[in-house]
Design a protein around this ligand. Structure first.
Ligand SMILES: Nc1nc2c(ncn2[C@@H]2O[C@H](COP(=O)(O)OP(=O)(O)OP(=O)(O)O)[C@@H](O)[C@H]2O)c(=O)[nH]1
Length: 919
């Protein structure tokens, strides 16, 4: 090739010589003037450089207020592509119907190199005409090599295809673009073009993604991310747009899929135009809309419609979006609105309630304060109050008792399963009328008759046998026991034998016993005792009892009367027969074939055998090995003894048995139930324990909140005591004795008492209620002692009741305010008066008895009336101040704040003496 002159090349390139020379200089080619010569390779370099630089000048044109068309223009090149108008037309179409065929055509114009180039005399560069080599893409697009050729004719074809596939591929427009671009942009030019393109795209992309994300967030990005690396970097800006459509199958290798279908081809094609340096990015808003449609075949139609709708009525779409956002929010808040449930018992502490709701205790306390209740974290609140508070925190409260139905043991047996059972009898009557004697007489009679050799056990109940029939006697005479049982809900007695001494008559306790029996609806058999006595007058007794509606049968009534002598064992058998008669009338029956149910008659802690209880089986049959529960206590029947001390393995209805195997000493009169296994027994026991604790807590809080304040106002002091004893008997005796110590000034309150070892719960209760714990024949373990020390709780242990009472009395006395008593220490007579300036009147006095002491209290008595009560301010003997003056001496006495002294007045000196009060 021949050398070329600078001016020749300048002419070829359509620039002036100076510019060419400066460009040459930049390339390191030095020419002296425009007539200088250039080597072939230099010419090539210049052309390349020139083309590269000039090719990507950006031309911006504002089409609308919101739309700027930005074109990368190849400056020197002038390609008279008349596609601009279609571009405008297409765009218009696209604005109306974005998703449909519009896109493909719209894109075409974009590729067109602007017809208003900056360089007027631009010549098409040879390079521009080269087919697009697309080094990076071809390998991938290998199946679609025709891309470059698509240009001319395909422009027509594509829309056709798009009609079929367009909805899937709104991107398609780009393929349309592609061909011209491909032609017009030589490979070498791409890099710079990309740079700018990417920049431009970047700017746009920066805006687009949000739109895109709104439209359909993660998938497209993932797809773009997935594919982009496989392509050339410059493609990214453009590539993303079309690829969003490919999102649904990002994992599939694009190269292989591309050729499969027409739609795929269309999808792939856009990737080639990505290389195009000439870009016209559609308005950001529309992009997401256009991209919406791609590829999700299943939802294509919906998306299309949405897109159309969105573009057509952007306002409404926004509203919908807002609404959708709102709905979303609502969804989030739904769980909050859902009432959460917590279960509490009869009472719960503020701390526990807060914990159950997962809020801070302070929040609960604040709520309570706002409701006008001052509470501490350990304060317990009852179920109703807790429900109220919980509602404030969007919680619903359910009673925890639901987990155990108390009526589960009270299932009625079928009538056909009921079998006759022995009657249970309680003997009641006035003091000394012979209850114990009668019980003994009955027992001894039977023992000698049929059960000789048996060792009679005092287990609180025993049975006798008469002509093959049995009668059970509760060995706890007196109506207190009967009443106590009833008070605790235990109704064990079928028949009451009312003992009235024939030589005495109807007394207070006789009447009480009648009333109790009547209230309980238990029939009475009157046993007129001591008929052996000469002064006995059964008729008088019968007469007296008619007043209480106890009328003998012979007098037309229905009360059975029996005359007996416990001492001489007269009429005992007759009495028993009458009892059986009464039992027949009552038709006492029970179902022996069900789990045992009964009542604890008595319980104690046996040193050798542990907790032992006498249980009266009322229904069902108890077997050795049965699991059972008795309120808070539970266990398994390790062994059973009858009232004769003999080991038995089964105990049917109306049988008193001694049961060994309790976890702790049960409460007398507590119900006793056999259950299927120990696990159930434990859970029921725990239920009752929790209930008891709650009851104690609520009792404590009640005292704190209401009663204590009242007490403080009244000035009455209280000593709270928690009692623990080895047996129920001691416990009751102690509680009784201690309660009797209460006076008007100081009250002793047994806030809790039970048998068995001192527990941690006792300590906590004592701590909460400022009580002392008294243990009788029981000891706390190390843990309890430690806790008591930590809580500052006083535990006192005794084994003699007298000592307990003495100590408690002392403790109560310690709580009493000491009394102050006036002790007169001397008297003096006023015999003369002196007026001393600045001091006042001084009484010349004679000490008649005791002594006068300076600073002591003094009363001035005139004619037997106290006229002043003050202090001795000055005391003098002659002119000297003295501390005291004894009887028989004269002295001068000045009274503080009082000058109206008269001759003949009496001055009485006294001191206030502290006197400890005794109960
Ligand atoms: N003569 C005579 N004395 C009797 C008879 N029954 C009881 N006594 C006497 O009456 C007194 C009181 O008898 P208790 O059996 O202790 O009477 P109680 O009702 O159990 O008395 P308390 O346990 O104090 O309520 C005793 O001295 C008995 O010896 C009887 O049938 N005839």
């Amino acid at each position: 090739m021949s050398k070329k002159r600078v001016y020749e090349l300048a002419r070829e390139l359509g620039i002036d010589n100076k510019e060419l020379i400066s460009r040459l200089e930049k390339l390191g080619i030095t020419v002296k003037s425009h007539s200088g010569t250039l080597e072939d390779n230099e010419v090539e370099r210049v052309i390349k450089e020139f083309h590269a630089r000039g090719a990507t000048e950006m031309v911006e044109q504002r089409i609308k207020t919101t739309v700027i068309r930005r074109r990368a223009v190849h400056v020197p090149q002038e390609e008279p592509v008349a596609e601009e108008p279609p571009a405008e037309a297409e765009r218009a179409v696209r604005e109306e119907v974005p998703a449909k065929p519009a896109p493909p055509e719209e894109v075409k114009p974009v590729e067109v190199v602007e017809s208003q180039p900056a360089v007027p005399e631009g010549e098409p560069l040879p390079a521009v005409k080269k087919p697009l080599p697309t080094p990076a893409i071809p390998p991938k697009k290998s199946p679609i090599p025709p891309t470059p050729e698509i240009s001319g004719e395909e422009k027509q074809v594509i829309p056709e295809k798009m009609k079929e596939e367009a909805p899937k591929e709104p991107i398609v427009p780009e393929p349309g673009k592609t061909p011209p671009v491909a032609k017009s942009v030589p490979e070498e030019e791409r890099a710079p073009a990309r740079a700018q393109g990417a920049e431009a795209a970047g700017r746009e992309v920066g805006r687009i993604p949000p739109g895109r994300r709104e439209g359909r967030p993660p998938a497209p990005r993932a797809a773009a991310g997935g594919e982009a690396p496989a392509r050339q970097a410059p493609q990214r800006g453009e590539a993303r747009r079309p690829e969003t459509g490919a999102a649904p199958r990002p994992a599939a290798p694009p190269e292989k899929e591309a050729p499969k279908t027409e739609a795929d081809k269309l999808k792939k094609k856009p990737k080639i135009p990505e290389e195009v340096p000439v870009r016209e990015l559609p308005p950001a808003k529309k992009k997401p809309a256009l991209k919406k449609a791609p590829d999700k075949k299943d939802f294509r139609k919906t998306i299309e419609e949405e897109t159309v709708e969105r573009v057509a009525r952007p306002g409404r779409w926004k509203e919908e979006k807002k609404a959708a956002a709102k709905m979303k929010k609502t969804e989030i808040t739904v769980p909050k609105a859902i009432k959460r449930r917590i279960r509490i018992g009869e009472a719960v502490t503020v701390g526990d309630l807060a914990k159950k709701m997962g809020v801070k205790a302070n929040e609960v306390i604040n709520k309570l304060m706002r409701m006008g209740l001052m509470a501490t974290i350990n304060q317990s609140i009852d179920f109703d109050a807790a429900s109220l508070i919980a509602t404030e925190f969007d919680y619903q409260v359910e009673p925890v008792g639901m987990e155990y139905d108390e009526s589960m043991f009270k299932v009625e047996s079928a009538a056909e399963n009921l079998k006759p059972r022995a009657p249970v009898v309680t003997i009641m009557g006035h003091v000394d009328h012979g209850k114990t004697s009668l019980l003994d007489a009955i027992r001894k009679t039977r023992v000698t008759e049929g059960e000789a050799g048996g060792i009679t056990q005092a287990i609180g109940a025993y049975h006798v046998n008469l002509k093959g029939r049995e009668i059970v006697f509760l060995d706890t005479p007196g109506h207190e026991a009967f009443t106590a049982m009833r008070a605790r809900g235990a109704q064990v007695t079928d028949i009451v034998v009312l003992v009235v001494a024939a030589d005495d008559g109807v007394m207070d306790q006789t009447v009480e016993a009648i009333n109790h029996s009547k209230v309980a609806g238990v029939p009475i058999i009157v046993a007129i005792n001591k008929i052996d006595k000469p002064e006995a007058d059964p008729g008088r007794i019968k007469q007296a009892l008619t007043e209480y509606s106890l009328i003998p049968e012979e007098w037309g009534g229905d009360t059975i009367f029996c005359e007996v002598s416990a001492k001489q064992k007269i009429g005992i058998e007759e009495l028993l027969e009458l009892i059986l008669l009464q039992a027949d009338i009552l038709e006492l029956k029970a179902d022996p074939d069900r789990p045992a149910r009964g009542v604890v008659i008595e319980a104690r802690l046996d040193r050798g055998r542990g907790p032992v209880a006498t249980v009266l089986i009322q229904e069902g049959t108890l077997h050795e090995g049965d699991a059972f529960v008795s309120k808070t206590e539970y266990g398994r029947v390790r062994a059973m003894n009858d009232d004769q001390g003999r080991r038995i393995r089964v105990a049917g209805p109306a049988t008193p048995v001694e049961v060994i195997g309790f976890s702790r000493v049960p409460q007398a009169s507590a119900e006793f139930n056999a259950v299927e296994d120990e696990k159930k027994a434990r859970s029921i026991g725990e239920y009752w324990l929790r209930k008891e604790r709650e009851r104690e807590l609520s009792a404590t809080s009640k005292i704190t909140l209401e009663q204590l304040y009242e007490k403080m106002k009244e000035g009455v002091k209280e000593l709270n005591v928690i009692l623990r004893a080895d047996v129920q008997g001691s416990l009751e005796a102690l509680a009784d004795a201690l309660t009797k110590l209460s006076t008007d000034d100081i009250k002793l309150k047994v806030i809790h008492g039970s048998t068995g070892a001192i527990t941690e719960t006792d300590v906590m209760l004592a701590s909460a209620s400022n009580a002392i714990i008294i243990g009788f024949n029981v000891r706390p373990d190390a843990r309890v002692t430690e806790l008591a020390e930590a809580e500052g709780v006083d535990i006192k242990l005794y084994d003699i009741i007298y000592n307990v009472i003495a100590d408690v009395r002392a403790a109560m006395e310690g709580l009493l305010e000491p009394e102050y008593r006036e002790m007169v220490i001397g008297r003096a007579e006023v015999r003369d008066l002196f007026r001393v300036p600045k001091v006042g009147t001084v009484a010349g006095s004679f000490v008649t008895d005791g002594k006068m002491v300076r600073k002591s209290n003094a009363k001035l008595v005139r004619d037997g009336v106290i006229v002043f009560d003050g202090k001795i301010a000055s005391l003098r003997r002659f002119k000297d101040d003295v501390k005291e003056v004894l009887a028989g001496f004269e002295c001068g006495i000045g009274i503080e704040g009082f000058n109206d002294l008269r001759v003949g007045d009496l001055i009485e000196a006294y001191v206030n003496e502290k006197v400890e009060r005794k109960l």
